[in-house]
Design a protein around this ligand. Structure first.
Ligand SMILES: [Zn+2]
Length: 447
């Protein structure tokens, strides 16, 4: 027994230094730097943003240090205890940067550690040479931001600093900036319908009455066909903010019953999610039929939802398995590395040839999660099915900050894979180019 134990100890000491089976021979000296430099030199496809139009931005009173804070950092300020009621003072009143800082300072002190807030610090240090956020820096930083936006800053950061070849923007069209922007489109009004008011407002918007279920489907089709004409590269689904990602195939007559109960009600008629589900599910499948018809890929929000109080169970990508089986010819990409469902995502992308991984926003949520799962995914999932970068931001500064973190994490993962002999140096470089550029070009058919 004693002998067995000492053998086990000897065995674990001998092999504990190596994380994986060595497949490739030891890399040549200096591979770490060469991999980092190669990743830095790559052109990037940014798969997901919500950018403000810079021409509109300069007319608003958000063009100060709060530009970088107002989105994801703001959520962590709220998470750390900031009352929602301060929103109005921060964004609708003409306060000076110092006054805005005084409002958020206690909550920044609570939450300075989060990755959302680290992205901001990295961005202001590298782009504006401001080394911290505090009472004495918010004024000068705000001045520098104003100055920057009076130049070609927006394009310069995206094209030259981030080296972005294509950027996929959700919904909001950016006038006059169409050369490297591509768009996705959401159909939430149809997929989350629960009220007669919703149906009536769609009819008013389209100047076409909606009396029947077929009219309702047609109203969605018209909008989609218009978007196809305008060149959208994918359909986006973010329904996990409102309901679970579990969709049943529904008979037309069952959906019709729900539709009739809605349109025959009073103007303020609203039904519960449970009662609306058959109609919502029916519309979801109608939308996927259209995706198939127009050969559009489908991007689905999975995992952490932005903002407080959301239900994480709604966004578990494993709920979608029946959909992936039902539509083998549609390619689905699951956003945000499905944080925190990385294991589920791993098995879905492995099992279904039409399921792809998109790590957009994941590096801002948690660099450690991104590193852990990219490591696993490179062992479990074909490299051709991983898209590694998208910021999910409204301002270019934070995209820049998140991209620096993403490149560092991707370098760490690939360097460790080469050090362990899992990949050769040249295989690691091939993977980097695939996940940061080529896979997204292919997936979205970008040209
Ligand atoms: Zn987004």
């Amino acid at each position: 027994m004693k002998l067995q134990i000492s053998f086990l100890i000897l065995f674990s000491v001998t092999f504990s230094g190596r994380a994986q089976q060595q497949i490739r021979s030891s890399p040549a000296f200096g591979y770490e730097r060469r991999i980092e430099n190669y990743i830095d030199s790559l052109r990037i496809v940014d798969t997901h943003e919500h950018l403000f139009d810079p021409d509109q931005l300069i007319k608003t009173n958000i063009l100060d240090f709060m530009l970088l804070i107002h989105q994801q950092s703001y959520e962590d300020l709220i998470s750390s205890g900031m009352p929602d009621s301060l929103f109005n003072s921060l964004f609708n009143e003409p306060l000076t940067p110092t006054n805005k800082w005084k409002i958020i300072e206690p909550y920044w002190r609570n939450s300075f550690n989060t990755s959302f807030n680290r992205v901001v610090l990295l961005a202001i240090e590298n782009l504006y040479k401001i080394t911290d956020l505090n009472e004495s820096t918010v004024g000068p930083l705000s001045e520098k931001i104003k100055m920057a936006y009076s130049t070609d800053w927006f394009n310069r950061i995206l094209r030259d600093s981030c080296r972005i070849d294509y950027l996929i923007q959700e919904d909001d069209y950016l006038t006059g900036k169409d050369d490297f922007f591509r768009y996705t489109k959401k159909f939430s009004p149809w997929l989350s319908v629960r009220s007669k008011y919703r149906i009536d407002s769609l009819a008013v918007m389209q100047i076409d009455p909606i009396y029947t279920l077929e009219d309702f489907v047609k109203s969605m089709r018209v909008v989609l066909e218009d978007a196809v004409k305008n060149g959208i590269v994918a359909i986006k689904i973010n329904i996990a903010y409102k309901r679970p990602l579990s969709f049943d195939k529904v008979e037309t007559e069952t959906a019709r019953k729900v539709f009739r109960s809605l349109v025959n009600g009073n103007e303020d008629h609203v039904i519960s999610y449970r009662d609306a589900k058959p109609l919502q599910d029916y519309m979801f499948y109608q939308l996927l039929d259209l995706a198939g018809k127009y050969k559009l890929p489908v991007a689905i929000h999975t995992g952490l939802q932005a903002g407080g109080g959301n239900i994480i169970g709604n966004s578990n990508p494993a709920l979608l398995a029946n959909v992936f089986t039902e539509y083998p010819d549609i390619n689905f990409t699951l956003y945000h590395g499905s944080y925190p469902f990385g294991g589920e995502l791993s098995t879905l992308a492995k099992n279904f040839k039409n399921v792809f991984i998109d790590m957009n926003w994941a590096f801002a949520i948690s660099p450690t999660y991104s590193e852990r799962y990219l490591n696993e995914w490179l062992e479990t999932v074909p490299a051709s099915k991983i898209m590694a970068f998208g910021g999910d931001y409204r301002c270019v500064e934070n995209i820049y900050g998140e991209l620096i973190i993403a490149k560092q994490i991707i370098s760490n993962v690939l360097i460790s894979k080469v050090r362990d002999g899992y990949l050769s140096e040249s295989e690691a470089k091939t993977v980097a180019k695939m996940i940061l550029h080529d896979n997204a070009v292919k997936f979205y058919n970008l040209h």
